[in-house]
Write a protein that binds this ligand. Structure first.
Ligand code: COA
Length: 260
């Protein structure tokens, strides 16, 4: 499939999706959101893809936000639809993706860009990265899950300060907040993401999908995460990966998971 705004590259089970609008600091316009949705849908069905790395092109930005030029004239109805559609089509889709998604935050991650990074399963940043939710400086609030995911990740007080000041934090402060897991020089960012992705890809991807669902259940309204964990745990016992993993351990050999 060919896209206008993103690049998709698969290499030994690791698929890198790069948002490719460097002249607009990779701002998320409608078409980019749709293309990202299509690409993630394809990767979900592609058995060759074990882990996805999501990043931005160029050295300056991961994503500098939703494309302001597209919504500057919206009314209440259009604004509501923009948030609802975007959340469903991309942000919730990525959060609930059955394969791990790592955000490689290679520069500015602002507004919808930080929201997209937060929808990923975890984040690794280059040392030039800057993160923030500047929406209130534009007279609007985060609409792609930022008011919910930022407090989940950094705590309510820090999220309040970031959102209400509209300020940016640098990569080290993001590390200190637990918003990113590692900070490395820019040239080491993708290699580190790939190293971690390879480590993940050696494990049972069936069990990994179960773990993602169980962890996400902790943050879903009206869902008892412990009950989801029990169910997902039990289901693992019916998989070939479980048979292979336990047999390999007992026979003191490396597991070769069939992925079912
Ligand atoms: N939407 C649309 N266009 C954007 C954008 C966004 N969120 N962020 C950057 N761009 C565009 C700029 O308009 C500019 O385009 P132009 O060259 O056609 O004028 C280009 O990307 C480069 O950005 P520029 O502002 O010139 O770069 P800078 O280095 O001076 O500043 C930022 C970088 C990130 C501080 C600045 O671009 C910015 O504040 N962006 C908006 C961030 C934001 O509020 N995001 C939340 C949106 S809800």
């Amino acid at each position: 499939m060919s896209y206008n705004n993103i690049l998709v590259e698969e290499n030994h089970g690791i698929t890198t999706i790069t948002i490719n609008r460097p002249n607009k600091l990779n701002a998320l316009n409608k078409e980019t959101i749709e293309e990202l949705h299509e690409a993630f849908k394809d990767e979900e069905e592609d058995d060759d893809t074990k882990v996805v790395i999501l990043t931005g092109s160029g050295e300056k930005a991961f994503v500098a936000g939703a494309d302001i030029s597209e919504f500057a004239n919206f009314d209440v109805n259009e604004g509501t639809k923009l948030a609802a559609k975007g959340q469903e089509m991309l942000f919730d889709f990525v959060e609930n993706f059955s394969k791990p998604v790592i955000a490689a935050v290679n520069g500015f991650a602002l507004g919808g860009g930080l929201e997209l990074a937060m929808a990923c399963h975890f984040r690794i940043a280059s040392d030039n990265a800057k993160m923030g939710l500047p929406e209130v400086s534009l007279g609007v609030i985060p609409g792609y899950g930022g008011t919910q995911r930022l407090p989940q990740l950094v705590g309510k007080g820090r999220a309040m300060e970031m959102i209400l000041t509209a300020g940016m934090i640098d990569a080290n402060q993001a590390l200190n907040y637990g918003l990113v897991n590692h900070v490395v020089p820019q040239e080491e960012l993708i290699p580190l993401c790939e190293k971690i992705a390879n480590k993940i890809a050696n494990n049972s991807l069936v069990a990994i999908s179960s773990a993602i669902r169980a962890i996400n259940a902790n943050f879903e309204d009206g869902v008892n995460g412990y009950d989801v964990e029990i169910e997902e745990f039990g289901n693992c016992f019916g998989t070939d990966d479980f048979t292979e993993g336990t047999t390999a351990f007992l026979k003191k050999r490396k597991a070769n998971f069939p992925g079912r």
